[in-house]
Design a protein around this ligand. Structure first.
Ligand code: GZL
Length: 343
C-alpha cells in the first residue's frame, strides 16, 4: 500500500511540475518581465521617427527610447530628418533586418500603402504612432496610438470664444469681428489637417461664428524659426488688425511671440495667443504673460507602445485605435502646473 501511495505521489508531482512549467512559460512570454514577448526571446522593434522639429518631438523620442529600455525591447531607432522617403527607406531596412515589429510616426498621412504591404508580406506587424495614415487597406497596421487632433482643434476654438467673452475683448480695428491668424503644422500631416478642421468646425457650429474672421493661415512647419518668420509676414500685412493667434504647436507660438515683441506689440495682451502641445516653454511664456492658453497633446506614448507591441507579438487582441489623455491649460494655472510637467 505504501509503495502504491509513493508511486501515486511521484506521478502527481511530475504532472504538477509540468503544468506550472507551461504556466510560467506563458507568463514570461506574456509579461516579458525584463525580456520581450515571443516566449521570452528578446523583441527587436524598428522605430522610424520624423525628426527633432519641436520640444514635443524630442519628448516623444525620449519616451519611446526609455520605454524600450524598461521593457527589455531592442530598439532600432531611425531619424528621418523630416523626409517621408527616409521613413520609407528605414521601414524597408527594418524589413530586410527581419525585426519582430515595426512602429513609425507618419510625417504625412498618405504614401504608405506600398511599403506597409511589403511589411505585411514579410509578416511583420506595424504600429502607427502619434499621427494618422490614410490607406486603401487598414489591415496594413495592427494598431494606432496617439492623440485626437480633431478634438484639440475644437478645444482651441471653444477656449478662445469663452476667453474673448469673459475678458470682454473688442476687435482691435474697431470692427465687428475678431481677426484670427493661424500658424499651421506640417503640410499634409494628419495633425495639421485635423487641428484646422476641428477649429473651423467648432467656429462654424458656434452661435458666435460671425464674430470671427480667419484673416490668414499658413504653415510654420511646427518649428519655432518658421513660426517667427511667418508671424513677421502676418504682422507686416495685417499689423494692427490681428486679435488672435492660433498656432498648431507651442514651438511656433514661441517663435511668433518673438516676432510680436519685435513689432512693438504685447503678446498675450494685444494679441491673444493659444497653441497646442503643453511643452514647458509655453508654460514659462504664460507665466510671463506672453501667451494665454495651451491645449495638451501628450507625447509620452512610449510605455503604451511597448505594452501594445508585446501584446501583438503574443497574439493578444489589441485596440485598433487608442488615444492618450490630454487637458487644457490656461495661463492662470501655468505657475502651479509647470513643476509637475514631464516634458
Ligand atoms: C502631435 C505631433 C506634432 C506636435 C508638434 O501629435 O505630431 O508634431 O504638435 C510636433 O510639436 O512637431
Amino acid at each position: 500500500m505504501r509503495k502504491i501511495l509513493a508511486l501515486l505521489m511521484s506521478v502527481f508531482m511530475l504532472v504538477f511540475a509540468a503544468g506550472c512549467g507551461g504556466g510560467d512559460q506563458a507568463a514570461s512570454s506574456g509579461s516579458g518581465s525584463g525580456s520581450g514577448g515571443k516566449g521570452g526571446k528578446e523583441i527587436t522593434m524598428g522605430f522610424s521617427q520624423i525628426g527633432a522639429e519641436s520640444e514635443w518631438r524630442t519628448a516623444n523620442t525620449e519616451s519611446v527610447k526609455q520605454a524600450a529600455k524598461d521593457a527589455g525591447i531592442n530598439l532600432q531607432f531611425s531619424d528621418a530628418q523630416q523626409k517621408q522617403e527616409n521613413q520609407i527607406k528605414a521601414i524597408r531596412s527594418f524589413i530586410s533586418q527581419g525585426v519582430d515589429i515595426i512602429a513609425f510616426v507618419p510625417i504625412v498621412e498618405t504614401g504608405w500603402d506600398t511599403v506597409l504591404k511589403e511589411a505585411k508580406d514579410a509578416k511583420i506587424p506595424v504600429i502607427v504612432v502619434d499621427r494618422d495614415v490614410k490607406l486603401s487597406d487598414d489591415s496594413l497596421y495592427v494598431a494606432k496610438l496617439g492623440t485626437d487632433s480633431l478634438a484639440e482643434g475644437k478645444k482651441v476654438f471653444d477656449w478662445i470664444d469663452e476667453y474673448m467673452k469673459k475678458q470682454n475683448k473688442k476687435p482691435r480695428d474697431g470692427g465687428s469681428q475678431f481677426n484670427v491668424v493661424v500658424l499651421e503644422g506640417t503640410v499634409g500631416s494628419s495633425v495639421a489637417i485635423r487641428r484646422q478642421e476641428g477649429f473651423k468646425n467648432a467656429m462654424a457650429a458656434s452661435p458666435d461664428a460671425s464674430k470671427y474672421n480667419i484673416l490668414a493661415s499658413q504653415t510654420g512647419e511646427f518649428t519655432r524659426q518658421k513660426g517667427q518668420e511667418v508671424m513677421e509676414s502676418f504682422l507686416k500685412s495685417y499689423g494692427d488688425k490681428i486679435d488672435i493667434l492660433f498656432a498648431h504647436n507651442d514651438d511656433m507660438a514661441l517663435g511668433a511671440i518673438q516676432a510680436i515683441e519685435a513689432a512693438g506689440l504685447k503678446p498675450g495682451k494685444d494679441i491673444t495667443i493659444i497653441s497646442i502641445d503643453g511643452v514647458k516653454g509655453i508654460f514659462q511664456a504664460m507665466i510671463e504673460g506672453k501667451a494665454n492658453c495651451t491645449v495638451e497633446c501628450n507625447p509620452l506614448q512610449g510605455p503604451l507602445l511597448m505594452e501594445t507591441a508585446k501584446k501583438v507579438l503574443n497574439g493578444e487582441k489589441v485596440e485598433k485605435l487608442v488615444y492618450v489623455d490630454e487637458g487644457v491649460f490656461p495661463a492662470d494655472v501655468a505657475e502651479k502646473t509647470l513643476p509637475e510637467r514631464k516634458y
